[in-house]
Design a protein around this ligand. Sequence first.
Ligand SMILES: [Zn+2]
Length: 279
Amino acid sequence: MQKDQLLSRRRMLLAGAAALGAAGSAGAFLAGGAEDGAGTAAPAPAPGPQARQALRPSAFRLQPLTGDASPRAAPHKLTVRKEPILRISGRGRRMMLTFDDGPDPDYTPHILDTLAKYDVRAMFFVCGECVVEHRELLARMADEGHVVGNHTWTHPLLPTLDRKQIRSEMKRTSDVIEDAYGERPQWFRAPYGAWNRAAFQLGAELGMEPMAWTVDTTDWTEPGTGTIVDRVESGAAPGVVVLSHDAGGDRSQTVRAIRTWLPHLLDSGYHMTVPTRRV
Ligand SMILES: [Zn+2]
C-alpha cells in the first residue's frame, strides 16, 4: 500500500466527516438518537447510510480538550496535563471502546469485523513494534474510521526510563503510525497505565492528549469469555471508556466476548464514539 494512497483515502474520510460537521453535527447526532429511541426490537439492524452518518467521529467531541495550541508554533503555551483523561462526555449515552497492544494478525481482524458488523468506531492504542509488522491493519483501521493512538514502541514501564528513552519510544511510534495510518496520533496511553511527569510533558510536545480508561476488562488475565462480558456490561454507563486488549497473548476470549457484549450495549441504547479530530 502506497503512502499517497493511504493519505488520500484518509483525507476522503476526513473530508466526509467535515462535510457532515458543516451540516450540523448536533443534528446528525440527535437524528441518530431519535432513530434508536423509536427503533424496533431488531437486535442488530443492518447499518444504513443514516446510521453510518450518525456514528461518524465528527459528530462527537470529547471534553475537555486543551485547545489548538500547536507545540511547534508555541512551545511556551503548551498545556501539560497532570492526570490522564479517564472518561468522556456521557451525553447521549455515549461510551468509548479502546483496544491496546496491537495490532495482532490473529485477533485484531476479528475485532474489526465485529465493529464493522455493528457499524461502531473504536480507538486502538498500538505499539510501534507491532505496527511495523502489520501496517495493513492500520490501513484497515483508517479505512473503517477508527482512531489510532500511541502506546509506545516496546510497551515499557515508562517511569523506569529516562526522558530521552521515553521520547524515543513515543516519537518512533508516532512516526510509524503516520506512515501506516495516514496521520499522526493525537492520543497517547502509557503502558500499564503508568504515567509520570515526563510522559505527560513529552506527549504534549508531540501533540498528544493522555487517554486512560474507566472500565478495565482485565481480559489480559484470560478470566473467561463470560467474565469479560460481565465486566463490560456491569461497568457500562454514560461516559465510560472501556479497556480491552487485541494483542499481547491469547486474546480469543476478548474476540468472543465482544461478539456478545457489543450488541447488548447497543440494544441498551449506548452509542459508541471516538474522539473527534482536533483542528
Ligand atoms: Zn498495553
